[in-house]
Design a protein around this ligand. Structure first.
Ligand code: KIV
Ligand code: ZN
Length: 511
């Protein structure tokens, strides 16, 4: 059976989703999980976009040993050099350079003609080859590019040394049959096509990203670019879990394999959603909370008699835990450590002590702890951001006949500041008190509260999205008390705004 290379761009195109910016530690954490999942290539970022991106790509390159690590670069010498400087630490580095090829992009965006575009594409690939043999070229907006010209570009960049040629549907415009024809034509007409792998990269503006990617694989593409949970620009990118599970479940149609260990899909999805703050919709294929839930009586009856009646794949095959109950008040340090290891966390002694202390504190509030609680402990205690603003104390008075009032203490540069204020509701009072201390000009775009596990003693998880000067950030807070979780989430988002001032400054150049 032939294999399809899985090129994951969660850390690059996925991160371009509004508010989904990640810090360096978070990127490395996701990259390590992607490697465990078995992805062939991890696109770690766009090093020329900002110093933050550069550092993140460098750290991913240093930490990843099995997967290839790609860095994106526009078709310019400076971008390519910068990409190489970041990815050169990887065991298997790849330079991914791109240039738009459609007339719309050439005329309005780049203001160059086809001849110049061809020249630049060839030069970029030749220049990248000076650093590594592993060079990918993307013809941005390929699906709206004149097909004769696209074939010409593909042939030329392969001659120049590209080992992968990517055909992106940058604006999510193409339909499955059309895409099949584009890839088939490239396969037929480009005479040196056997020297390179054909890749596809689909956006989901019409909800067709997965279907288009699969159609291209049927036509002969052998690399697919995708993101976990389908996150990405606008409506997102093709979702990796959907493509991989379609190939696995419908082997009879595709007869193509991947190196993905599908049992790690669920945890990877959780991790990405937890870090980016982008929730997975309940009816999302493969990883949504309802993806394997049978609600109707007829379906439940059928599944109980024979799973195959209504289930085309099992929850176990994507790693959805069957029994997620893990630990309780009486669990000792050893059991806690073992569960952490099973979940893929490797902590040193000091980190373990810290996490275990928090675990015990939590056990005073909750009878049982679940994997999600452990994830929250690790996020809050071990992987937390550097903090300009430290949450110290919260007291809220609220009720049906009381004007809600919140008192908040926050430590800033070693000094604890206290403020109290009234609000329309308790959350409003908490946020107003925090604003009095931090004096933020940011706008609250969304506030979502949910329980991270089942039961009335579940921890509340609050996600807030803030915007300031065109930058969006997502903050999270978890606590058995939902008002404390709200305060933590708001302060977390304000810390992200503080430390990420430059992260979005180069967004305008992102593809
Ligand atoms: O959507 C796109 O065209 C891209 C390319 C840079 C691959 O993201
Ligand atoms: Zn893209």
């Amino acid at each position: 059976m032939e294999y399809v290379k899985i090129f994951d761009t969660t850390l690059r195109d996925g991160e371009q989703a509004p508010g989904a910016t990640m810090n360096i530690d978070e990127k490395v954490r996701i990259a390590l999980q992607l490697e465990k999942l078995g992805v062939d290539i991890i696109e770690a970022g766009f090093p020329a976009a900002s110093d933050g991106d550069f550092e993140a790509v460098k750290m991913v390159a240093k930490n990843i040993t099995k997967s290839e690590v790609a860095g994106l670069a526009r078709a310019t010498e400076s971008d390519i050099e910068r990409a190489w400087e970041a990815i050169k630490y990887a065991n298997k580095p790849r330079i991914h350079t791109f240039l738009a090829t459609s007339d719309i992009h050439l005329k309005y965006k780049l203001k160059i003609d086809r001849e110049e575009a061809l020249k630049r594409a060839i030069h970029a690939v030749k220049f990248a080859k000076k650093f590594t043999d592993n060079v990918e070229f993307s013809a941005e907006d390929a699906c709206r590019t004149d097909l004769d010209f696209l074939c010409k570009v593909v042939e030329a960049v392969i001659d120049a040394g590209a080992t992968t040629v990517n055909i992106p549907d940058t604006v999510g415009y193409i339909t499955p049959l059309e895409f099949f024809n584009i890839i088939s034509t490239i396969k037929k007409r480009v005479k040196n096509i056997e020297k390179a792998v054909i890749s596809v990269h689909c956006h989901n503006d019409l909800g067709l990203a997965t279907a288009n990617s699969l159609s291209a694989l049927l036509a002969g593409a052998r690399q697919v670019e995708c993101t976990i949970n389908g996150i990405g620009e606008r409506a997102g990118n093709a979702a990796m879990e959907e493509i991989v599970m379609a190939l696995k479940t419908r082997k009879d149609v595709y007869n193509l394999g991947t190196k993905i260990n599908t049992k790690h899909i669920y945890r990877t999805s959780k991790l990405v959603s937890q870090i980016t703050g982008m929730m997975v919709q309940p009816n999302k294929a493969i990883v949504g909370a309802n993806a394997f839930a049978h609600e109707s009586g007829i379906h439940q009856d059928g599944v109980l008699k024979e799973r195959l009646t209504y289930e085309i794949m099992t929850p176990e095959s994507v790693g959805i835990p069957q029994s997620i109950l893990v630990l309780g008040k009486l669990s000792g340090r050893h059991a806690f450590k073992k569960r952490l290891e099973e979940m893929g966390y490797e902590l040193n002694e000091e980190q373990l002590n810290k996490a275990f202390k928090r675990f015990k504190e939590l056990c005073d509030h909750k009878k049982y702890l679940y994997d999600e609680d452990i994830d929250a402990i690790i996020s809050e205690e071990i992987l937390k951001l550097p903090e300009k603003y430290k949450f110290v104390y919260l007291n809220v008075v609220s009720g049906n006949r009381t004007m809600p009032c919140a008192t908040v203490e926050i430590e800033i540069d070693g000094k604890v500041i206290k403020e109290a204020t009234f609000g329309n509701g308790p959350v409003d009072a908490v946020f107003k008190a925090i604003k009095k201390i931090i004096k933020t000009k940011s706008k609250l775009l969304s506030f979502v509260i949910s329980a991270i596990t089942m039961g009335t003693d579940a921890q509340g998880e609050v996600t807030v999205k803030l915007e300031e000067a065109g930058r969006q950030v997502v903050g999270k807070g978890v606590d058995p008390d939902v008002l404390v979780a709200s305060a933590k989430a708001y302060i977390n988002a304000l810390n992200r705004l503080y430390f990420k001032k430059e992260a979005n400054s180069m967004r305008e150049m992102l593809p």
